[in-house]
Ligand binder design. Structure first.
Ligand code: AZC
Length: 830
């Protein structure tokens, strides 16, 4: 008789008890209690990890209270809910963020101090969940933070990878990958919901049957089944509401195959368990060919099916019928990784709940929205039909049916040509045939969005051109944003202090308020404080660099920062060519007015991406050459910080002077590192790509170092007869640098090491590095000139921050809510 438990009783008695009180003493008592009852230790024998865990439980109890309150409100008021489906999340460490959200950082530090414990040290113990590759996963986490802060009722679904993104070590300048063991000391932030689990089927065949009443049904007879179990992490918004990250873990339905066990085949019995659990073992690094990766397809289907079954359960639990699923839930597909959801929801509605096709299709389309994150042709997901048939035979039939109806509609209602039909179909018939997941997502959703103004335009112009012609109203843009809590308040406490002391704390939930800083941009006292903070942050990063790499960096150098995934389109090697140019100039004695600069790189390369890994080697080789050369190293330093993560990023952004956002125009869908660096006061050197375009519009041309071809010019050049070698011939600096690249000076033990880069640039140059080199140098010359006047530089830095208000993820979430989800936040409700 669960109804007998009165929630208010719970909140007034237990929940307001000391156990979740927010005062210093309550926190201290809870901490000791948790240390004893949860960890089984008394302070005397406890390790620092025990302390961390006890504090995590102490904070988690308090997070739960807020979370439970939000859930109750959603249920009482029967609110519409966003279900965010993403194969990746990068939440970063939880502890400090939850302290901030609860507003108890100070009293907790004081409570710990009274026990002789340094809270900062405990915060450092946390292993972050590396459940994503980069931008896309981090964006999902910023959005979760914002949904919880603003109060958009939400649930985020994903995969509980046992091993997240690999750990990157650098040995002899090369990347080496090690498994990430984020769960090795347990995870105090999650609770397993063993009772919430769903059966997931794979393989086998289908049987079409018509019963005696003439009813037609399809039975899927799978050849394997497993179970997905929910692991919940409560997410707390800043002084706001709760949300939840529900991650699925694959398990065997029965721990043992009993028939095999009874026959005495113990190992075969265990095998099934192992095979089932493999599904959620490891996150796939992106930038690699997916074709043939059966496990990856299984992962996608696994988490999507668990999530949809969960939504249906929640919906029916409230006494509703499935015809209204789309009224209760807005389901957002974060890229095509969860796009199989379109076919799976159809299967659930048509096969399991016997709703007719047309009605099911209507519900499906009204449920889904699809966000595209890339224009790179090689990153657009396609699944080969033979593989797909093997894993998901019923879904293949459903996709054929969706495709058939779609093609009929195109032909007979819209009079499309055969050429258009074959371009738009869900099936690509070339080779062994494949399924175009972006088309499935587009057809199955009522809204499709890109992640920056430029990207959304290019999406309509190229990748999804025909669809945009057909359904112009389906397409929209939501420019990405970032969480100011994580990327200023947590990352840069000194700057946070100064801003809050100057304009109050409203900016943390209304980032546009930063514009009030603009009045201070020329105030010498304010500028001095601003500069002093940057200096302190640089000194701190410099200590960290010394610790990690052994290299000393003078914090008075300009910190030129290029941190993101390593990819040719992001053009870390363009940056390197410039560094080599500077090096050669110094060697020639042309270094009189040269500004001392530290070039700081970080980022992971996909394990199977040869060129990206060679670029890492190039960066470290240039570092080895320069950092040891006393003729050069007071002017130049080149650092590669290994194992980039959210935690590391939070340390690096506040220390940057210059932010490198130099992708070839038309390739970076948005970028979010660009926003994080700018919000921490770095000036940007960048191309007109992704969100750089909008940042420049906001910040102003004068406060942004623009260079390079724009997307249209790139396109034009590509269609023309682009000869990268011409730039080699005509630009002396470029020639010197390229010649140096293969001179062997960078790799005496293997003089031809960098030949693949050299040849690609000279003869192919798909990312137009040669074409943009000169313009990059010219723009950099302006950087040096501006740096020469520190007061002016600081003024620009302040203006940068003041004009970044648009790029809060709170704004992005408001846009999603009004344009796509049609969901009101708690804030807007009475
Ligand atoms: C990235 C885009 O490359 C980046 O430009 C964008 O800012 C980010 O998504 C968020 O929208 N894409 C990915 O990270 N893609 C994958 C598969 O990781």
């Amino acid at each position: 008789e669960r109804k007998a438990i009165n929630f208010d009783l719970l909140t007034s008695k237990t929940i307001k008890s000391k156990r979740i009180g927010l005062s210093k003493n309550d926190i201290k008592d809870s901490f000791l209690e948790n240390l004893f009852f949860h960890i089984g230790r008394v302070p005397k024998g406890a390790t620092i990890m025990d302390y961390y865990q006890a504090l995590a439980y102490t904070v988690r109890d308090r997070v739960f209270k807020e979370f439970v309150t939000t859930v109750k409100r959603i249920s009482d008021e029967d609110l519409r809910v966003v279900a965010y489906l993403s194969a990746e999340y990068l939440p970063g460490p939880h502890l400090a963020n939850n302290l901030l959200s609860l507003g108890i950082t100070e009293q907790t530090a004081a409570a710990m101090a009274e026990l002789g414990i340094d809270m900062e040290e405990l915060i450092l113990q946390e292993e972050e969940p590396g459940l994503g590759n980069g931008g896309l996963g981090r964006l999902a986490s910023c959005y979760l933070d914002s949904m919880a802060t603003i109060g958009i009722p939400s649930i985020a679904y994903g995969i509980r990878y046992e091993f997240g993104i690999f750990e990157q070590h650098i040995k002899n300048g090369l990347q080496e990958e090690y498994t990430d063991k984020w769960l090795q000391y347990g995870n105090p932030w999650e609770v397993v919901r063993s009772e919430i689990g769903y059966n997931i089927m794979f393989g086998g065949s289908t049987k079409h049957v018509t019963d005696s009443n003439g009813n037609f049904t399809v039975n899927w007879i799978p050849d394997s089944k497993l179970r997905g179990t929910a692991y919940d992490t409560p997410i707390l918004g800043y002084k706001g509401y709760g949300s939840i990250l529900r991650l699925w873990r694959a398990e065997a339905i029965d721990t043992f195959d009993f028939s095999a066990y009874n026959k005495g085949d113990y190992y075969k019995a265990v095998q099934e368990k192992i095979l089932s659990e493999n599904i959620t073992k490891v996150l796939y690094p992106n930038d690699e060919q997916e074709t043939g990766k059966e496990l990856r397809l299984k992962q996608q289907y696994f988490f999507v099916s668990c999530s949809l079954q969960d939504l249906i359960r929640l919906h029916l639990l409230q006494g509703r019928i499935l015809d209204t699923l789309h009224e209760k839930f807005a389901i957002q597909l974060n890229d095509t990784h969860p796009a199989i959801a379109v076919a799976e929801l159809m299967r659930l509605l048509v096969d399991d709940y016997q709703i007719d096709w047309d009605k099911s299709w209507n519900i499906t389309q009204r449920c889904f929205g699809y966000t595209n994150h890339t224009l790179l042709p090689e990153a657009l997901e396609k699944w080969s039909i033979p593989l797909f048939r093997r894993v998901l035979p019923r879904h293949l039939e459903i996709i054929y049916e969706i495709n058939h109806r779609f093609v009929q509609e195109l032909k007979y209602q819209h009079g499309c040509s055969d050429e258009q039909l074959s371009r738009m179909a869900l099936i690509d018939h070339s080779g062994e045939g494949s399924i175009r997941m972006a088309h499935l997502a587009t057809v199955g959703s009522h809204k499709v969005n890109g992640v920056s103004a430029l990207h959304s335009e290019l999406l309509k112009k190229h990748v999804l051109y025909d669809f945009a012609q057909l359904w112009p109203d389906k397409f929209c843009n939501v420019t990405n944003g970032i969480s100011p809590r994580r990327f200023i308040a947590l990352s840069n406490p000194l700057l946070t202090g100064l801003i809050t002391e100057t304009i109050g704390s409203g900016w943390l939930t209304d980032l546009k308020e930063l514009s009030k800083l603009e009045n201070m941009a020329e105030d010498p006292t304010f500028q001095n404080k601003w500069m002093a903070i940057k200096q302190t942050n640089k000194a701190s990063l410099s200590d960290h660099i010394k610790l990690e790499t052994g290299i000393s960096v003078d914090p008075s150098m300009m910190f030129d920062v290029h941190v993101k995934r390593i990819h040719e389109y992001k053009r870390q090697h363009l940056n390197v060519l410039n560094i080599l140019h500077l090096y050669l100039q110094i060697k020639k004695g042309n270094n009189k007015d040269m500004i001392p600069m530290a070039f700081i790189f970080a980022g992971k390369a996909a394990p199977g991406y040869f060129m990206a890994k060679l670029i890492i080697k190039l960066i470290t080789a240039v570092g080895d050459l320069i950092n040891q050369d006393t003729e050069v190293n007071d002017k130049l330093k080149v650092i590669f910080l290994p194992d980039f993560s959210v935690k590391k990023a939070q340390h690096i952004y506040p220390a940057a002077d210059l932010s490198e956002q130099i992708s070839m125009a038309g390739k970076e869908a948005s970028g979010t590192g660009n926003m994080k660096l700018s919000l921490n006061g770095a000036l940007t050197i960048g191309t007109l790509d992704g969100a750089n375009v909008e940042m420049m519009e906001e910040i102003g041309m004068d406060n942004f170092f623009l260079f390079g071809l724009n997307a249209e010019e790139v396109q034009h050049k590509k269609q023309g007869n682009y000869k990268p070698g011409d730039h080699y011939v005509h630009n002396l600096h470029l020639r010197e640098v390229m010649d140096f690249l293969i001179s062997g000076a960078l790799s005496p033990e293997n003089p031809k090491l960098f030949q693949p880069i050299y040849e690609q640039l000279l003869y192919d140059d798909p990312y137009m590095i040669m074409a943009d080199f000169e313009s990059y140098l010219i723009s950099r010359a302006k950087v040096y000139e501006e740096w020469g006047n520190q007061s002016n530089w600081t003024k620009k830095s302040i203006i940068n921050v003041a004009r970044m208000g648009k790029f809060s993820s709170d704004r992005s979430i408001q846009d999603y809510s009004s344009l796509i989800w049609k969901i009101d936040s708690f804030q807007n409700r009475p």
